[in-house]
Design a protein around this ligand. Structure first.
Ligand code: EPU
Length: 425
């Protein structure tokens, strides 16, 4: 087990490059299963979640290799259809092989990933959608067991909530179904547009990417593809908040400002100067203490829940009181108990958090409970007086490639070291 030692006080300055999105790469990797042959994914981030997904695809029979930022997946004619618990439990996103396996093999046994530190994370919409496509789905002995021996058939499907994962799973099943599928109230995240683009280049027929309705005409087969991953808007947003909190001046390259419109607006409301920079980049500069900003998390284009811990940390130091409302996960405020150890004044009432800004925070040992909580705690550590020790850094490694290297390149003082106090998680 390792931890990060964060010495507070530095202003982040300089330029930082953002890689492809974790939450796209993992799904694009799953989508390669839909076509026999060799697909190449470019700009895949060097994070542990990608390693876990590679292991899962290998277990299903694919050959996966990485060269630099390119991941190649060679998919055999016959793929195995069982995603076992020992792999799935490490990576919730492995549930996104369910749709592709069902479409490709007519069968899928995928272990239930279970809940985690941010909420229960149900699968009811994934399952209901696949059933509408004609699959027989049961949960047995901790597995989602799905069968469609006669193939899948297009259908009209409406989601109760624009779930990212359910949209992806049903879409990946529908592209090889017989006939037309109309999928309503779908997620509109840039990662959904990314997978639609990739599937279309594989030969799928999809209309409406980026809107609330996807229309899919099923095709008999897809071909392998080369595809470049959309940049990671959550990593880009993390750098933007870090620049603001540390009263720095950071240019984010390969960070699409248009995917962060609401986030950047909020940072301007807090007092930051935000400018677009060159092609596909932006700059965030800040002097003085931020003003408190209210935030409500919602599916895209609303404020992303994955940046909620960072704005709670920002408000912990801001001038004024902010109300943060979390609408996506019921337990995503858990991490504020750790932030409180740094002196943050946060009161939780259901899915609202009231954050009263303090002039200073003070460094202390804290534990990262998930990827984003970990990043939020590191940002708080950057502005806290003294040293903050962030344990369970493996959570951060799941989503932020070379976080420590990039922080230090911007002038932070962060070191990675063995954690003598923790042996497991
Ligand atoms: N939900 C259900 N039933 C379902 C599907 C979802 O109740 O069938 C609930 C979930 O429990 C959750 C909410 O709906 O409370 C939103 O879930 P969604 O399906 O949209 O999220 P996801 O696909 O499981 C992805 C990202 C998350 C990100 C969310 C929302 C990946 C691998 N994960 O999760 O990313 O927070 O979308 O944008 O793409 C992260 O990167 O740290 C992370 C948690």
């Amino acid at each position: 087990m390792e931890r990060l030692r964060v010495v507070g006080g530095a202003s982040l300055r300089g330029s930082v490059h953002v890689s492809g999105a974790k939450n796209s790469s993992l799904k694009l990797m799953a989508a390669t299963l839909l076509a026999e042959g060799r697909s190449s994914l470019l700009d895949v981030p060097a994070i542990t979640d990608v390693e876990y997904m590679s292991e899962l695809l290998s277990r299903l029979g694919a050959e996966v290799s990485r060269q630099g930022t390119t991941v190649t997946v060679d998919v055999p004619e016959k793929v195995a259809h069982e995603a076992p618990y020992e792999l799935v439990r490490r990576l919730r996103a492995s549930i996104c092989v369910l749709g592709p396996l069902l479409a490709r093999c007519g069968a899928a046994d995928v272990a239930l990933p279970g809940g985690d530190a941010i909420g229960s994370r149900g699968l009811d919409m994934h399952i209901a959608g696949l059933e509408r496509l004609g699959a027989h789905v049961e949960v047995q002995h901790g597995y989602v067991v799905a069968r469609a021996p006669g193939g899948l058939k297009g259908a009209m499907i409406g989601l109760d909530f624009p779930s990212v994962g359910a949209t992806e799973n049903i879409l990946m099943a529908a592209v090889l179904a017989d006939g037309e599928t109309v999928l309503d109230n779908v997620a509109r995240e840039p990662e959904i547009i990314d997978i639609c683009e990739m599937l279309t280049n594989m030969g799928a027929k999809i209309d409406g990417a980026g809107t609330s309705t996807l229309r899919v005409q099923g095709v008999d087969r897809l071909r392998p593809v080369q595809h470049t991953t959309v940049p990671d808007r959550i990593v880009a947003g993390t750098w933007a908040v870090a620049a603001l909190m540390t009263r720095g001046d950071v240019t984010v390259t390969n960070g699409r400002a248009e995917h962060l419109e609401l986030v950047l607006d909020k940072l301007m409301a807090a007092g930051a100067v935000v400018e677009t920079h060159g092609q596909g980049g932006f700059r965030v500069a800040m002097s003085g203490r931020p003003r408190a900003i209210d935030v409500v998390t919602l599916p895209y284009p609303g404020f992303p829940t994955d940046l909620q811990p960072m704005v709670v940390a920002l408000n912990a130091l801001a001038d004024g009181t902010a109300m943060i409302t979390e609408n996506v996960y019921e337990a995503r405020f858990m991490f504020v108990n750790e932030l409180a150890r740094l002196g943050a004044d946060v009161r939780i009432d259901g899915h609202h958090a009231v954050v009263r800004g303090r002039e200073t925070l003070s460094g202390a040992p804290v534990i990262a409970t998930d990827i984003r909580a970990g990043a939020g705690l590191v940002l708080a550590g950057l502005v806290a007086e003294g040293e903050t020790l962030v344990s369970a850094v493996h959570h951060i490694d799941r989503g932020y490639p070379d976080f420590v290297g990039q922080l230090n390149q911007l002038g932070a003082d962060v070191t990675r070291e063995p954690d003598p106090d923790r042996f497991d998680d």
